[in-house]
Write a protein that binds this ligand. Sequence first.
Ligand code: ANZ
Length: 889
Amino acid sequence: MEYNFKEIEKKWQRRWNDENLYKVEVDHSKPKYYVLDMFPYPSGAGLHVGHPLGYIASDVFSRYKRSKGYNVLHPMGYDAFGLPAEQYAIQTGQHPAVTTDKNIKRYGEQMSKIGFSYDWSREIRTSDPEYYKWTQWAFLEMYNSYYDSELNKARPIAELIKKHPEWSALSGKELEEILHRDYRLAYQAVTSVNWCEALGTVLANDEVKDGLSVRGGHPVEQRPMKQWLLRVTAYAERLQSGLDRLAWSESLKEIQRGWIGRSQGATMFFPIEGSDRKLEIFTTRADTVFGVTFMVLAPEHEWVKELTTADNSASIEDYITQTKKRSERERIADTRRVSGAFTGSYALNPFNGVRIPIYISDYVLAGYGTGAIMAVPAHDSRDWAFAKMFELPIIPIIECDVSEGSYDAKSGKLINSDFLTGFEVKDAIERMFEEIEAKKIGFKKINYRLRDAIFSRQRYWGEPFPIRYDEDDVPVALTLADLPLELPDVDDFSPSPTGEPPLARVVGWAYETSTMPGFAGSSAYYLRYMDPHNSEALVGKEANEYWRNVDLYLGGIEHATGHLIYSRYWNFFLYDIGAVCEEEPFKKLVNQGMIQGRSNFVYRIKGTNSYVSLGLKDQYDTQEIHVDVNIVSNDVLDVEAFRKWSPEYADAEFVLENGRYVCGWAVEKMSKSMYNVVNPDMIVDQYGADTLRMYEMFLGPLEQSKPWDTNGIDGVHKFLRRLWRLVQTASDCTPSARELKTLHRVIKKVSEDIEAFAFNTAISASMIALNDFYDQSTTSRAVLCDFVVLLSPFAPHICEELYAELGGVGSVCTAAYPLCDEKYLVENSFEYPVSFNGKMRFTRTFALDMSPEAIEQAIRTDEQTIKQIAGREIKKIIFVKGKIINVVA
Ligand code: ANZ
C-alpha cells in the first residue's frame, strides 16, 4: 500500500474528533500539565505558514507530555474583539460580529487540517457575552478594590472607607474624587492620551510608533481626556520581583524590567525664592547637588503658571503649545534637540543657598518622578546640551573635562562638594541619603517608569463597561447580578469626529459609552479554559486548584510589554482577592521566532508596461514591484500567470534572459502586502499535514527567526515515505544488538531534544536513525513500533496509521513514550590506533571482551602489519585495553 496522506489524515482527524481523544477533565490520579498558545486574533486574511509555527511546537510538546503520562490541558480560542474587525465593518458596512464569525470559522478549518490536539470543547471567544461577563466582573472587582501598601495586596474599598470616618462628611462626589484619584484599582482620570483622529480612538503606547498608529499609520497626537485606567503601578514591585521566579528567557525578562523601570534615588525639596513653597524633585544622583546650576520642570508641571513672571509668560506659553505636538515617546527618544524656556523664577540650593534659575523643557516628562529635576550639566548629557544652549554654568563635581560633553559615569572622586569632597560616587550617594533625611530636605525613593494602563477606547467592538452615571456624572458600578452587560447592536460603527464613541448614539444606552481595549479579554483567558462553562465564576475552585497555572506558554516576543504585563497584573489582582490560587499566570514561556517570507520582484521599465528580467535590469531605469510568490518557481516567473494576476498586467511585455523571466528576491516579514504569504492549506494539500508539521519544526531552532523556504520540504516528505515503506516490511524477528542501539540512541536524543525545545535536531537525529535502519534492513516490529511512537508528536497521522498496522493497542496518542535503556548504548567494541615503534599507522576495531592473545594474533597476521614491518622481527606487542596497540619491531 502506498503512503496516501490525504486519506490517512482525513480518517484520523475524524476519528480523533469522534472519540474526543483530546478532551480532558480534572483527574487527580494523574499529574497535570498545561500547554497554552497565545490565542489568535482571527483576521480576514486567514493563517499563513508563519502562524502555526508556535502552535505546532506546543502541539508536539503536548503530545509528548501526554505520552509521558500527564493529563494535558491544551486549549485554543479566539481573541475576537478588536480594532481591525471594526475598521473592516466601517469600510464594508458588515457587522463585526458577522465578519468575526466568518474568520473564526476559516481559522478553525485551517487549524483542524493540521491535526492539533486541542480540546475544542473548551474553545472560548472573547466577544462571547458568557466570556466577557468575567472580564466585566474582574473590572468591577478592581473598581471596588484599592491597594493596601502595608499588607501589599488589594483589599475591598469598603474597608478603606471604614478606616476613614472623616470621609462621612464628604458628598458622594467629593468622596469619589478621592477614591478615583488615589485608591480604586480601576478608576477614571483626565490624562494625556495618544489620540488618533483617523481611527477615532485612544491608543496604548505600544500601539503607537514614531507618532503614527501601528495599525494604519495614521497621525497620533497628545490630548487630555477623561479615561478609565487600571492602577497597574500599584503592582510595580511585584511585577518586577516576580520575574526572578519565572522560567522565561533572560531577554524577555530584561524587556519587562526595562518597561517596569525600577529606579532607586531620592526625592529632594528645593525652596523657591520669595515663596514658602518647596519644589520637589527626583534624582538618582543626590551626590551631584553641588553641581546643580538650574532646575527644569516639565511643561505640564502644575506650578509652571505661578512660577512664570510677567516678562516670561509669552515665551512660556508659546513653548507649552509646541510641546503638545510631541508624544512622550518622541520626547524620550530625541536626545539631540534641546529646547525650553525660562520661567523668571529661582530656587535655592538647600545645601548652600545658591540661586538657581528655573526653566521648563520637554525633556523632563510630566508623568515620571515628580516632573521636576535638579539639572547637573557637568554629569548629565541632556542637562549639558541645555546649559550650552542657554549659556548656563557647568560645574564639575568629579575631576573631568566637560568642555566637549558631560561625564555621566557613576565613578570617580568628588570635588567642589563641601562635605562630600573626596568621597567615591557610590559612597557619596549613600552619604547623601543620610544627610537629606537627617536635614529633612528629602528622602530615599524608588520610582518606576511603568504607567497605569489606559483602559478605555472610544470604539464599538469591545467589552462594554459595567458602569452607569448618576445625575452628578459620578460613576455607579453595576453588580455581578447585572452581568453580562451585553454590547448593543448598532448599524453605524464609526466614531463621531469629536471622538464620541458609537455607543453614544444608541438610544436608551444608559451606560459608559467607551469600551474596553484589546488587552482586556486576553488578560485572564487562560483561567477560563480551565473551566469554560462555569456560570458561577470565572473559574471554579476545584478546576483552578487542579490546573493552577500555565506550565508552558508559547507566543511572540512582541507581547513582552503589553499582554504579558497586563495579564500578570490581572492575575496578581485575582490572586489577592482569592479568586485564583497561583500568583503568576505563566511559569515557563518560550518565544517562537518569526517565519519570514521570501519575496519576489519584477522590474517594470519606468513609464511602460514592460518588465525586464533580473540580469538585464541595470540597462534600464526600472521600478521594483512585489510579485505573488505563488506564480514564481525557483525565481522564474510564470509570465502567463502574471498576465492573469491582475488586469493591469494583462498586456504586460517581457524582456527575457535565455528565454526566461528571472525575478529578484528578498527575505522580508511574511505579509499579505508583500505577496510572499504561503498558505498552509496549500502545503497540506500538496504534502500533507505531517510533512508541514515536521518541516516547520525542521526549519531551524524554534526561537530564531528564519525564512520560509520550500526547498527542504521534499526531503522531509521523502523521510515520511521511507518510514512508511520500511514499516510495510515489519516482521516478528528478534532485533539485533545494533538495531537496539540505533533505536535507543534515537529515543534518548529525541526525548532530550523535545524537553529542550530543540525540535529541529530531534528530527535530524530521526532521519539518521531511519537511514541506519535501512542499512540494517530492519524489520523488527518491536523496534519499528517504538520508533513510530517516538515520532508521533511530530507526525501524528502517519504514526497513528503505522502504529495500527504494527498492531499497537489503542491510539498512538495515548501510547506510552518509549524509554531509553542505557544498557543498549554501552559500546562493545573499540577502534584501536595501531602504532609501529610509536608511530600510528592504521586502526582496527576489536570487541572489548576479546582476549589480548587473540588480538595479538590478529595483529601479527594482519596484511598491513606485514607490510609495515617489512620482514623485520616483531619484538613485542604492547596492548592496552580500550586504548592502544603498539608494535615494537
Ligand atoms: C540629577 C542628576 C545628575 C541626574 C546627574 C542624573 C545625572 P532614572 O534612572 O531613569 O530614574 N529625571 C528625574 N525625573 C525626570 C523626569 N520627569 N523627566 C526626565 N528626567 C528626569 O533617571 C533619573 C534621573 O533622570 C534623575 O537624576 C533626573 O536627573 C532625571 F549627574 O538628577 B538626575
